[in-house]
Design a protein around this ligand. Structure first.
Ligand SMILES: Cc1ncc(C[n+]2csc(CCOP(=O)(O)OP(=O)(O)O)c2C)c(N)n1
Ligand SMILES: [Mg+2]
Length: 388
C-alpha cells in the first residue's frame, strides 16, 4: 500500500507541468504588470497534423458544427432575453465554447457530465436538443427540466447530463459521489465535472480532490479559468496563479489546456479520460479561456473590471476563428462551406426559439413533482409527507 502510494505520487509529479511564478509580485519584480497573454503561454507548439490527432474530416467538421451551433444558439438566447421572452439568471458561454465541446467530444455518451450555472453548451454537447434547451430557458413544458429549472438547472438523466448547479463549487462533491458510484458498481464510465476558477479556493474543492485521489475514482475535474469570478480578477483573489498546481497537494495528475483551442481541449481531456477509464484515477485540468460577454445577461460586456479593449483584444483568440483557420489550411472546410454551415446552425437556432415559443407553460399540477424522490430509492423511503 505504502509503495503503491509512493508510485502514484511520483507519477503525479512527473505528469504535472512545471510553471513559472506568474504571481503579480513576480510580474512586478520583473518590472511589469501581470502579462495577461500568459493565459496561453502553455500552448503546446504542435503541427497542424499533431493537433488533429488522427481525427477524420467528418469528426473535425462535426466539432466545427457544434462550436458554431453553440455560438448561434446562445446569440439567439441573448436576443430572446432582450425581448423579455426569457427571464431570471442567464449566463452565456460565448468565447468559452472550445472548453466543453473539446472535452465532451473526448468521452462517450455513456459517461457523465456535471457543471455549474454557465451550462447551456454542456447540455447541448451531451445531446439535449436545441429545442429542449431553448424551451427550458423560456420556462416551458417541453424544456429538458419541464420548464422548472431554467438556465441554471437543466438536467437529463437520459443524456447522462447531471446539471446545472447554481451554488458555486456545489457540484464538485456531488460529482465525487457519482464517480464513487461508478467505481463501486464497477461501471465502465467516467464523469467530467466543471467549475469556474472562482470555486477552487473553497473547502469543497480541496476535500473532493483529496478523496478523488485517495479513492482513485474516475473523475475529471475541469476548471474553466476565464480569469474572473463575476468582476473579481483571479490574480486578486488567489495566492497561487497556476490552478493546475493545486493537484500536486493531492498526488493527482494535472494539466493545462488551451481553452480557446477545441483540439487542445480534446487532446488533454482524452488522456485524462483514458487514465480514468483504465483505473488510473482522477485528473485536474485547468482550461485557460475567456468570456466575450458579461458575467450574466444583467451585466455589461466589459464592466469596470476589464476594458472594452481587453475584450476586443481577446477576440483575436476566438476559438471558432482559430479552428476555422486550421480546417481551411488543411483543406477540410472552405470558407464557403463554413458559411453554409453557419446558415444551417442559424436556422436550427431559429427553429429552437420557435419551438420554445409554441411550447405550453407547465401545468400548475407540475409544481410539486420532481422535488422529492417519489419511490423507494435504494432503501430510502418516499419522504414527501404532504399526501399522507
Ligand atoms: C457559494 C456561492 N457563493 C457565491 C455565489 C454568487 N456567485 C455567482 S457566480 C459567482 C462567480 C463565480 O465565478 P467562477 O466560478 O469563476 O465562474 P464563471 O462565472 O466565471 O463561469 C459568484 C460569486 C454563489 N452562486 N454561490
Ligand atoms: Mg470565472
Amino acid at each position: 500500500m505504502a509503495d503503491d502510494k509512493k508510485k502514484d505520487t511520483s507519477a503525479a509529479v512527473t505528469e504535472t507541468v512545471q510553471a513559472e511564478d506568474r504571481s503579480p509580485e513576480a510580474a512586478a519584480e520583473a518590472g511589469g504588470e501581470l502579462d495577461r497573454a500568459s493565459q496561453t503561454e502553455h500552448k503546446p507548439r504542435l503541427s497542424d497534423e499533431e493537433r488533429m490527432q488522427g481525427l477524420s474530416p467528418d469528426q473535425l467538421k462535426k466539432m466545427m458544427y457544434d462550436m458554431l451551433l453553440a455560438r448561434r444558439l446562445e446569440e439567439k438566447v441573448a436576443e430572446a432575453y432582450a425581448l423579455g421572452r426569457i427571464g431570471g439568471f442567464c449566463h452565456l458561454y460565448i468565447g468559452q465554447e472550445a472548453v466543453a465541446i473539446g472535452a465532451i467530444s473526448a468521452q462517450t455518451p455513456d459517461d457523465y457530465v456535471m457543471t455549474a450555472y454557465r451550462e447551456h453548451v454542456h447540455a447541448l454537447q451531451c445531446g439535449i436538443t436545441p429545442g429542449a434547451i431553448m424551451a427550458e430557458l423560456y420556462g416551458r413544458a417541453d424544456g429538458c427540466s419541464k420548464g422548472k429549472g431554467g438556465s441554471m438547472h437543466m438536467f437529463s438523466a437520459e443524456h447522462n447530463y447531471l446539471g446545472g448547479h447554481g451554488i458555486v463549487g456545489g457540484q464538485i462533491p456531488l460529482a465525487l459521489g457519482v464517480a464513487w458510484k461508478i467505481k463501486y458498481r464497477k461501471e465502465d464510465r467516467v464523469i467530467q465535472v466543471y467549475c469556474g476558477e472562482a470555486a477552487v479556493n473553497q473547502g469543497a474543492f480541496h476535500e473532493s480532490l483529496n478523496m478523488a485521489a485517495l479513492w482513485k475514482i474516475p473523475m475529471i475535474l475541469i476548471v474553466e479559468n476565464n480569469r474572473f469570478g463575476m468582476g473579481t480578477a483571479w490574480e486578486r483573489a488567489s495566492s497561487l496563479y497556476d490552478i493546475y498546481q493545486k493537484a500536486t497537494a493531492y498526488a493527482m495528475p494535472s494539466a493545462v489546456a488551451d481553452g480557446m483551442d477545441v483540439l487542445d481541449m480534446y487532446r488533454v481531456t482524452k488522456e485524462a479520460v483514458e487514465r480514468a477509464r483504465s483505473g488510473g484515477g482522477p485528473t485536474l485540468i485547468e482550461a485557460r479561456t475567456y468570456r466575450f460577454v458579461g458575467h450574466s445577461m444583467s451585466d455589461p460586456v466589459s464592466g469596470v473590471y476589464r476594458t472594452k479593449e481587453d475584450v476586443e483584444n481577446e477576440k483575436a483568440n476566438d476559438p471558432i476563428r482559430i479552428f476555422a483557420d486550421l480546417l481551411a489550411r488543411q483543406n477540410i472546410l472552405s470558407q464557403e462551406e463554413l458559411e453554409k454551415m453557419d446558415e444551417e446552425v442559424k436556422r436550427v437556432s431559429e427553429e429552437a426559439a420557435d419551438f420554445a415559443e409554441k411550447s405550453p407553460e407547465p401545468e400548475v399540477s407540475e409544481l410539486y413533482t420532481e422535488i422529492y424522490a417519489e419511490e423507494n430509492v435504494n432503501g430510502r423511503l418516499y419522504f414527501d409527507m404532504r399526501e399522507r
